[in-house]
Ligand binder design. Structure first.
Ligand code: ADP
Ligand code: MG
Length: 464
């Protein structure tokens, strides 16, 4: 029999069988699971009662096999009968991108030809955040798996862009650094860049003011892996968004990896350019949700181990039952307990644990941006927000600017340089001057002190 014809017939019926399977599967999974994991599968071949399907990558295969094997088997059996069988193939990533032990290779290969060039590019990565200290558990499974896949295949991964979203303190930033660190381990020559959206915006504003926008563009378009944290801060900044959109496109079309995080899924980012939202939808979207009780216990045990704190199981149980929605707070609680026991050299008892949990839950958990600070300060002082970045030296505007600088230094992790850039490209010494001036005013002027503390608590309530 003609082989080609035979093959053609078998693919035709393979796709019919697969379509029937998809109809069954569709009823059992969410739309996004269906679209993410089942739509990309291709039926390749049908031989008697055995259907072969092709998955886009090894990662895909592992995920499907782990999570959806039962469902798939059931669909196959319903379609092909009890003897129905399923066979997988997947498109493997190129082996040279899966560098197993980069350190060994660097040492053993003296010849420059094969030696990966170590990039001197400044990545802004924090070496403290890695996959080895990222605890996998309920709530972050997909984000972890996809992140690991991208870290291991930083160029040409199946997930581009990778969009990770979730609430505060659930490990988004940790995961981003872990991906970046892993990508560099995989290929030390890569230009991997981690940046917060706030820093990106500040640098953009400065580039406009200093007329260095083309340098700015070249810089961002020259990276291999762009990691942008907290993209929700692009909302309301049309020019920065527009610029990011163009950088995004140029990186994407050059096959470069983009990873972003946000506090909400793309479709809920109201006020973000529709073009960007639809670009995000081209890749994989993974959410991170709060860990369940068991995962919280694992986290507490590991973190306590790391800092050398011994805690009784019932106290862990109390903490894990009380702090439920934020990993940063779990960690914070242990650190406070540690501080307390080292001060008093007493055992950690339930009463202390209760007090500590109470303290944690009443302290505001905040992600505060310079933007937010500026907004609240300007509202409180009744100043037009746009004016604080101007060159004007009108005294009430200058005061608002100085106060916003002072609070930005105190409440955010931005450098003096970045704060200066944000407020109209001013020098870091201007920021230092503003900070000491405001500090002195707070010291000597009771009314001003009250006003500042009111503004501060307002910022902390609005920040989340
Ligand atoms: P987010 O960016 O989502 O607000 P972070 O990444 O800053 O959260 O995480 C807050 C803190 O909790 C960090 O110290 C981080 O190391 C820790 N953390 C979060 N998730 C995990 C995890 N899965 N395993 C270990 N530590 C975690
Ligand atoms: Mg974060």
């Amino acid at each position: 029999m003609d082989m080609a014809l035979d093959y053609k017939m078998s693919t035709a019926s393979a796709s019919q069988v697969w379509d029937a399977c998809l109809r069954i599967i569709r009823n059992d999974v969410t739309v996004s699971t269906f679209e993410t994991w089942f739509v990309p599968i291709k039926p390749v071949e049908l031989q008697e009662n055995r259907i072969k399907i092709e998955l886009p990558s090894r990662f895909f295969y592992e995920w499907i096999d782990q999570k959806h094997r039962l469902l798939l088997n059931r669909a196959i059996k319903q379609t092909l009968g009890d003897e129905g069988k399923l066979e997988y193939t997947f498109i493997d990533e190129q082996p040279e991108q899966r560098l197993e032990k980069p350190i060994d290779i660097r040492i053993r290969v003296p010849e420059t030809k094969f030696q990966p060039k170590i990039s001197d590019f400044v990545s802004n990565l924090n070496a403290k955040y890695t996959f080895s200290n990222f605890i996998k558990g309920s709530g972050n499974e997909l984000a972890h798996a996809a992140g690991l896949a991208v870290g291991n295949t930083p160029i040409g991964s199946s997930f581009n862009p990778l969009f990770i979203y979730g609430g505060v303190g659930l490990g988004k930033t940790h995961l981003l650094h872990a991906i970046g660190n892993r990508a560099l381990q995989t290929n030390p020559a890569l230009k991997v860049l981690y940046t917060s959206t706030e820093e990106f915006t500040i640098k953009f504003i400065a580039a406009i003011e200093n007329d260095t926008i083309s340098d700015f563009q070249n810089y961002y378009r020259g990276v291999d892996v762009l990691i942008l944290d907290d993209i929700q801060f692009l909302i309301g900044k049309e020019k920065t968004q527009d610029h990011f959109f163009h950088s995004f496109n140029s990186l994407y079309h050059a096959g470069k990896q983009i990873i972003v995080t946000s506090d909400k899924p793309p479709k809920d980012l109201r006020g973000l350019d529709e073009r960007l939202i639809s670009r995000f939808a081209m890749g994989l979207t993974a959410d991170i949700t709060p860990p369940d009780y068991e995962t919280r216990l694992v986290i507490l045990n590991k973190k306590a181990d790391e800092i050398g704190l011994t805690v009784m199981p019932e106290i862990f149980d109390y903490i894990a039952s009380s702090i439920t929605s934020n990993i940063r707070e779990l960690e914070g609680c242990l650190l406070r307990l540690l501080a307390n026991v080292s001060l008093t050299s007493k055992e950690i008892d339930l009463a202390l644990a209760k007090r500590t949990v109470h303290e944690i839950s009443t302290t505001k958990k905040t992600t505060i941006s310079v933007d937010l600070i500026t907004k609240v300060v300007c509202e409180a002082l009744k100043i037009d927000e746009n004016k604080v970045r101007d060159k004007t030296r009108k005294s009430e505007i200058t005061l608002a600017r100085q106060l916003a600088m002072y609070l930005s230094k105190e409440l955010t992790r931005n450098s003096l340089k970045n704060i200066g850039l944000y407020f109209g490209g001013r020098d870091h010494s201007t920021v230092i001057h503003a900070c000491s001036l405001i500090a002195r005013m707070i010291e000597v002027d009771g009314r001003f002190r009250d006003q500042v503390s009111k503004i501060k608590s307002q910022i902390e309530t609005v920040g989340y």
